[in-house]
Design a protein. Structure first.
Length: 313
């Protein structure tokens, strides 16, 4: 199976076998802020890189994971805050015309949830709430996983936790994505480094040495080295996540919350902090039974999920 995971900053493509193993993969930058054709070109160049593998003859279909709202039946990308290049865009049809293979499109977090339900951390739960932490925040709600039915698509990253908060690219204010995504961590780090004394922190030093400027990855590196400023940024993000997840627990009462995405492992390291805050922020009588666990596949959950779109049955 050919799987494609398209994000706000990168495109990853890979060949996936029926056991959920990645045979080969490659990635390139995504042109999210250009034209629709430029965005498609970035996807095509990534796929073509993988198509050089000798097992390409085994490919029977293409699965595509993208952030935002999609129409899975028509294969259209309707709207995505992190992919402004595409609005009501027939992505599945475009790729079918190029490669002569049937294609399916799904929200990236929903696709990742399918992969975790079929092969990963979700296998031991009947239902769970999946959180993808990366450039943005995506969510998927999986119920009755033995059948691996399609998860309920949701844009939980655009739930407001502060109606007076900063304006989100989606148009709303105070979305959780504005406080705990990769972009949010980098933005918060930049604002704090500009304050008196903070420019002497390890995080500030790493940002100066990095040609790409401040990134969430640098916040994680600095925090792992014990930098107080980076730890403060991550604990703040986890406080906001706890507010949001407390509402999710009270509303859905899932067996588990599975945290994945590019930042999943970093944030999962602060799971004890989140659990402490949830004691105050979730009121469901059975909240203590709800597990908070790391996704098995981390940042590649969506890639595997794209393949699972064809293999889940």
């Amino acid at each position: 199976m050919l799987a494609v995971d398209i994000g706000g900053t990168k495109v990853e493509a890979g060949l996936i076998n029926v056991q959920g193993r990645i045979i080969v993969s490659g990635r390139r930058p995504m042109i999210a802020n250009g034209s629709a054709k430029e965005g498609l070109r970035a996807v095509r160049e990534t796929i073509d890189q993988v198509m050089l593998h000798p097992r390409v003859r085994e490919i029977r279909a293409i699965g595509i994971a993208v952030p935002g709202w999609v129409d899975a039946n028509s294969g259209m990308v309707l709207k995505a805050a992190n992919l402004p290049c595409w609005r009501n865009y027939p992505l599945a049809e475009e790729l079918e015309n190029i490669y002569g293979l049937p294609a399916r499109v799904e929200n990236d977090a929903s696709a990742a949830a399918i992969a975790e339900a079929k092969w990963g951390a979700g296998r031991r739960y009947q239902d769970f709430f999946y959180v993808s932490l990366g450039t943005g925040i995506g969510t998927g709600i999986v119920q009755n996983t033995p059948g691996c039915s399609r998860p309920d698509s949701s844009e939980g990253g655009h739930m407001t936790i502060n109606f007076r908060g900063p304006r989100c690219p989606c148009g709303k204010r105070g979305c959780i994505e504005m406080y705990a995504s990769g972009k949010a961590l980098a933005r918060r780090a930049k604002s704090l480094i500009g304050k008196s004394g903070a420019n002497r922190s390890l995080l500030a030093k790493l940002a100066k040495e990095n040609p790409g400027g401040m990134k969430a990855e640098l916040v994680g590196r600095a925090a792992a080295a014990g930098d107080p400023l980076a730890i403060k940024i991550l604990e703040e993000a986890c406080d906001h996540l706890a507010v949001w997840l407390g509402n999710i627990m009270d509303l859905l009462e899932p067996e588990a919350i599975v945290i994945g995405g590019g930042l999943g492992r970093l944030i999962s390291a602060y799971a004890p902090h989140i659990r402490r805050r949830l004691k105050e922020l979730a009121i469901h009588p059975r909240r203590a039974r709800i597990q908070v666990v790391s996704a098995q596949f981390g940042s590649q959950s969506a890639l595997l999920g794209a393949a699972a779109l064809w293999l889940r049955n």
